[in-house]
Design a protein around this ligand. Sequence first.
Ligand SMILES: NC(=O)c1ccc[n+]([C@@H]2O[C@H](COP(=O)([O-])OP(=O)(O)OC[C@H]3O[C@@H](n4cnc5c(N)ncnc54)[C@H](OP(=O)(O)O)[C@@H]3O)[C@@H](O)[C@H]2O)c1
Length: 299
Amino acid sequence: MKVLVGGATGLVGGALVNYLTASRIEILRLSRSSSPAGEPTVRWDPAAGRLPAAELEGVDAVVHLAGETITGRWTEAKKSRIRSSRIDGTRLLSQTLAGLQRPPKVLICASAVGFYGDRGEETCTEQSAPGQGFLTDVVTEWEAATTAAKEAGIRVVHLRIGVVLSPSGGALAKMLLPFRLGLGGRIGSGRQYMSWVTLDDLVRMIDHLITHDEVCGVVNAVAPQAVTNAAFTRSLGRALRRPAVLPVPAFLIRLLFGEMGRSLLLSSTRVEPVVLGTSGYEFVHPTLDEALVELVRGN
Ligand SMILES: NC(=O)c1ccc[n+]([C@@H]2O[C@H](COP(=O)([O-])OP(=O)(O)OC[C@H]3O[C@@H](n4cnc5c(N)ncnc54)[C@H](OP(=O)(O)O)[C@@H]3O)[C@@H](O)[C@H]2O)c1
């Protein structure tokens, strides 16, 4: 089997390529730059609408994870890059795949639990209505950008990913130093829910979804137990054997990070992975305590 991976240079894409390669799956990368190690790569320029279609012929599955990082201050220019790198890039890829002589069977496209917005204690499933705000709007359009692929008969999966936990990048890696120094603590009230998934589980889920032909549409890529920020803080403190009692007030988050801080750190999203459960996916890390102990061990 040959799998095209967009965003293979990123946190999730890099881990996915390693995982699939170990299963002897052939990988073709989709990147804005060529691979320094000379790995097979299709170069594209999504901002300019350039993607060499002929180089995609013969691919069986596509996993698309590319997009401007959402961390950092959300200036108008940054928001525009967040939006266009996902929506325009996905539309270009989807239209190109639809026009191939032999289109791939499946397109698994990254999406995010940001779709559900700030929902307090409500549990959101794949059937839940959208929330409100910038992330909801981006995700809605991002998912709609795959229309051409769907119309061409390609099975499309929208992977609504939660906070990805890995010691080598993303949110957890940023938290490790302050928590190790005993400077960790809950954010704001700590009552906001956080839907998380370990990087190990995420790459296994993607592999599972590539082969499970019966699954299409929205799939929540989160562990079965979302936790509040206060519970996450306690769990990380325990895993590192450090006190985690210095709260970060909400006003400071708003001051330092503006809209990004409100949307990512203070809002509450409690998501359940219903479709993964019914499709028979078995989690490596279903609970946070065990996941964090394993992730921080030796790091
Ligand atoms: N990590 C998380 O906690 C999390 C949570 C929810 C959703 N997601 C979604 O999952 C996907 C993968 O996440 P990740 O953490 O692996 O992301 P990442 O490490 O930031 O990597 C994303 C990749 O996208 C490409 N990229 C970056 N800026 C781009 C731009 N302006 N235009 C086009 N391509 C660009 C880059 O590939 P090249 O330089 O090779 O082109 C990069 O390697 C993203 O779409 C993200 O929104 C992630």
